[in-house]
Design a protein around this ligand. Structure first.
Ligand code: F6P
Length: 546
């Protein structure tokens, strides 16, 4: 059963699904290039603008009929009701019986219990950010804070780190933010190497405050601080926390006044808008942080009010389902042509794959079709000199999202124009490809013998007909970034609605955590182990020999 539909049947049994499967067969032979040739209005027909974003989805295997059928499928799955349910605060995270109300984090109004708590916390963040950035907040030696180290992992790291990096041109002078996530001690050590405890502020970010990596790194940070200054009472000037578990944060030794709250109705991977964004706010100032929220809210309003046919996140979701479920695609490349967005694919991996990496419906029925895709990618143009070869000539169908920014923050216009040219050329090359005849003619024109050109042509030919979307931002601002992130959050939810899965739990990550505790014991204890499978035993025992 889909998220909120009345139908007890899995969506894959619906007539809408069957019609789409037949439609896919019917249009399989039509190339995207031919669709463009046949319709001069194709860009206009298949592009949409919303909240600072332009989505061009014309380079897809779609016709007007395809979109109508996808919309029918989305509505069959209960899309409109599901969107309304999210904004109404229904318990759409049904396995944990809670709402998923990240939209409340960016609501401009404080008109209910959720948004009142949000605004009170934003006001507290503002006071704190102002105190730190105006140097009113001082370290134990009276120094201003110059370095903020966020210790967190998953949603308590990836979102804030990505946003802070993306908004480099908005960084405040005199304060640098660092992000430590990995339990590998080298991560923290490398960051602390060049920092002075007297001017360093640690933000311990953990919704649960029980995450092993964060606890161990936080303890190591405290030891590092106390080695320089053994007065425990000074910890309050250098350690603050963000958590839904205020008691645990206090038990760790953080002053209750220094704990910023988070709530169980905000999923970790949707939390960058909350006080989890504190390092971002410290790095770019509260006005810019509020502008980020404003951009997110603008996209929320679009998602909440637009019909499926004109709803940017719903369109992205329908296209993803189209390829994963009807074209056999397994992965999706995310290619930001903006160095500032180089962490965006990693952020999106958690958002998308932790949300959609599920295999049963609401009723616990196993799905026999793909739910989420494998998200991967990196910043262009770097990827062109690495994995784009597979996109162009490999045997996998990999739909791609290009993300481009029309106006750069850099004064180096020429290089920015090159960046854009390459971005648009990649989408074109994926779509158009190059036929064997074209490849051969090219070689002959360069003086190659016919027979040699014939032999080389299959290697130089590029099939083309590979789909992509382009998301264009006028410029990368806190508001446009907020809108971009919210668009993907809603795309993920809309996709979960179509398949009838829960986008807000993550039970799959628990097993590894439990097993690692037993293995940790074996690694730390005396003697050889034989408690596990032969492979695990051998690896543990080999490490112990070292
Ligand atoms: O292990 C997965 C996870 O629970 C993520 O969902 C979450 O973002 C991350 O760990 C960190 O959790 P916390 O903020 O509670 O430390």
């Amino acid at each position: 059963m889909s998220a909120l539909s009345d139908s007890p049947e899995p969506i894959t049994n619906s007539p809408e699904w069957q019609v789409l499967a037949a439609h896919r067969e019917a249009i399989a032979g039509q190339s995207i290039r031919a669709l463009f040739d046949a319709d001069p209005d194709r860009f206009k027909r298949f592009s949409i603008e919303a909240a600072d974003l332009l989505l061009d989805y014309s380079r897809n295997h779609i016709t007007a009929d395809t979109m109508a059928l996808l919309i029918a499928l989305a509505e069959k799955a209960g899309m409109s009701a599901a969107i309304a349910a999210m904004f109404a605060g229904d318990a759409i995270n049904y396995t944990e019986q809670r709402p998923a109300l990240h939209v409340a984090l960016r609501s401009p109004d404080a008109d209910n219990d959720y948004t009142r708590a949000v605004h009170a916390t934003l006001d507290r963040m503002e006071q704190f950010v102002n105190a730190v950035t105006t140097w009113e907040w001082k370290g134990y030696r009276g120094d201003p804070i110059t370095d903020v180290v966020n210790i967190g992992i998953g949603g308590s790291d990836l979102g804030p780190a990505m946003v802070y990096t993306a908004l480099a041109s908005h960084h405040l002078d005199g304060i640098r933010c660092h992000f430590v996530s990995n339990v590998d001690p080298v991560h923290l050590e490398q960051v602390l190497e060049n920092l002075d405890p007297a001017s360093t502020l640690f933000v311990i970010a953990s919704k649960s405050f029980t995450t092993m990596e964060t606890s161990l790194n936080a303890e190591a940070a405290r030891r590092w601080f106390l080695e320089a200054n053994p007065h425990e009472q000074d910890l309050t000037k250098h350690f603050v926390a963000v958590s839904a578990n205020v008691e645990k944060a206090q038990a760790f030794g953080i002053d209750a006044d220094n704990v910023f709250p988070l709530w169980d109705w905000v999923g970790g991977r949707y939390s960058l808008w909350s006080a989890i964004g504190l390092p971002v706010a410290l790095g770019i100032g509260m006005n810019n942080f509020r502008a980020l929220l404003g951009g997110g809210h603008a996209m929320d309003e679009h998602f909440r009010t637009a019909s499926a046919a004109e709803n940017l996140p719903v369109i992205l979701a329908m296209l993803e389902c189209w390829y994963l479920n009807f074209w056999g695609a397994q992965s999706h490349a995310v290619l930001p042509y903006a160095q500032s967005l180089h962490l965006f694919p990693a952020f999106l991996q958690q958002l998308d794959m932790e949300s959609l990496g599920k295999s049963v419906t609401r009723d616990g029925e196993a799905l026999d079709t793909a739910t989420g895709g494998i998200i991967w990618g990196s910043a262009g143009t770097n990827g062109q000199h690495s994995f784009h070869q597979l996109l162009h000539q490999g045997t996998h169908l990999v739909p791609a999202d290009f993300i481009a920014v029309a106006k750069s923050d850099s004064p180096n216009r020429e290089q920015h124009v090159q960046l854009l040219a390459n971005c648009f050329a990649q989408g074109q090359a994926l779509m158009n490809g190059k036929s064997r005849d074209e490849a051969k003619a090219e070689q002959v024109a360069q003086g190659m013998l016919e027979k040699d050109a014939d032999a080389l042509a299959p290697h130089k030919a590029i099939a083309g007909n590979r789909p992509s979307n382009t998301l264009l931002l006028d410029s990368l601002t806190p508001a446009s970034l907020g809108s971009l992130i919210a668009a993907y959050e809603h795309k993920v939810y809309a996709q979960s609605v179509i398949l009838g899965i829960n986008a807000f739990d993550q039970w799959g990550v628990e097993l590894g955590k439990v097993l690692s505790r037993e293995i940790h014991e074996a690694l730390s204890g005396a003697g050889e182990t034989s408690a596990f499978d032969a492979s695990t035993n051998a690896l543990i025992n080999r490490c112990k020999q070292q």
